[in-house]
Design a protein around this ligand. Structure first.
Ligand code: ZN
Length: 358
């Protein structure tokens, strides 16, 4: 089981997706590679985290940072020194560390950063680095002779996620709102599952002419990625969010892992194993209740693994505790990223448990 937990650790770091092979891949640093998808647009990849670089007439724009400063600095150096381009800006597509973690390096390099105002607001709330320039709805940035469009079409993987449209090259960068083909259900720790499909339908309506679609993780493809994503989350579209008053007491207990009940609770080699158990976990913003016949906890890393079971996610808003979603899963991995980011909740597959006709 230690082996499985080690695999999970690497999946959690990346959001779970296999790394695609690319013949024209350029290795920039130990973790960072860059590969062209058109003459002017490149995908940068650190682990399985994707972003893009757009070139035009000696200028460049980068979208999404690698998770840390050193990889981000290596990427900026590649654009400015290796490619000799004037970096006119850096776009952050969501607040998660795999899209914004390298922002301090961007600012240190004297490059102006752009993000949706929701991203800036969340960054401020969580004491993360705040992107320089904000926008609501849409924003255009000129790069050489190209005009790049930043667009927020609704909530999905996070509340603030945007897509980036390169009209001249018919390239759509979807961030984590768009899944790679066959990709997992993914990290839903901060997701609006009810809105996800509808948001990507709106993306499809506006940018369905795309030739290249780049997801936040895994292999780029075409518009089949949009359809895959719409279908993946559509079972949750009919499940409205609702307040669960009776759960408030549970939600407001201490942070960390609390075992509500277990028929058996044993620890071997740093792995605590619970059987027929109900587990309660919370961070500053949300709480989870996991029910399963078998739950394993990596005691040192505070990571939770369960092959099959049910999960409720609650949002904590002051003294209120609101159920965001109730689902059954196969393959659940929970880890505490850090105090600002809180719990990452990665699922392999999920089905809504409660449906309401409303
Ligand atoms: Zn994310």
């Amino acid at each position: 089981m230690k082996f499985i937990i080690a695999i999970i650790a690497s999946l959690l770091a990346t959001g779970a997706a296999s790394r695609p092979a690319c013949a024209k891949e350029i290795a920039v640093s130990e973790k960072l590679t860059i590969s062209p998808i058109t003459e002017d647009v490149f995908v940068h990849r650190s682990g399985s985290d994707n972003g893009i670089v757009i070139f035009s007439n000696g200028e460049a724009l980068i979208v999404s940072t690698p998770a840390d400063d050193s990889e981000t600095s290596a990427l900026i150096s590649w654009v400015e020194e290796k490619k000799g381009a004037n970096l006119v800006g850096y776009v952050v597509d969501r607040w998660h560390p795999d899209a914004m973690g390298g922002l301090p390096a961007v600012h240190r390099a004297g490059v102006r950063s752009y993000a949706h105002n929701r991203t800036r607001m969340i960054a401020r709330e969580k004491s993360l680095t705040v992107p320089n320039v904000g926008f609501d709805g849409q924003m255009e940035i000129d790069v050489g002779s190209k005009t790049i469009l930043l667009d927020h079409l609704g909530e999905n993987h996070t509340r603030d996620g945007i897509v980036v449209w390169v009209a001249d090259d018919l390239v759509l960068f979807g961030g984590n709102g768009i899944r790679n083909n066959g990709g997992w259900f993914g990290n839903i720790g901060d997701a609006n599952l009810g809105a996800w499909s509808r948001t990507i339908e709106a993306v499809n309506a506006r940018y369905g002419v795309a030739k290249h679609v780049v997801p936040g993780h895994g292999a780029p493809g075409g518009t089949e990625l949009l359809n895959y994503t719409i279908n993946l989350y559509s079972p949750f579209s009919t499940v409205p969010q609702r307040a669960v008053a009776g759960e408030a007491g549970t939600c407001l207990t201490q942070t960390g892992i609390v075992v509500e009940e277990a028929s058996s609770d044993e620890e071997h080699d740093g792995v605590r194993r619970l059987q027929t158990a109900t587990l309660f976990v919370r961070d500053a913003y949300k709480a989870l209740r996991i029910r399963s016949i078998d739950i394993e906890i990596d005691v040192l890393q505070n990571r939770i693994y369960s092959a099959i079971g049910t999960l409720q996610i609650f949002d904590i808003e002051g003294n209120l505790c609101r159920q965001r979603v109730s689902l059954s899963y196969s393959g659940l991995f929970v880890s505490h990223v850090d105090d600002a980011v809180g719990l990452a909740i990665v699922l392999k597959e999920a089905t809504p448990l409660e449906r309401f006709s409303n």
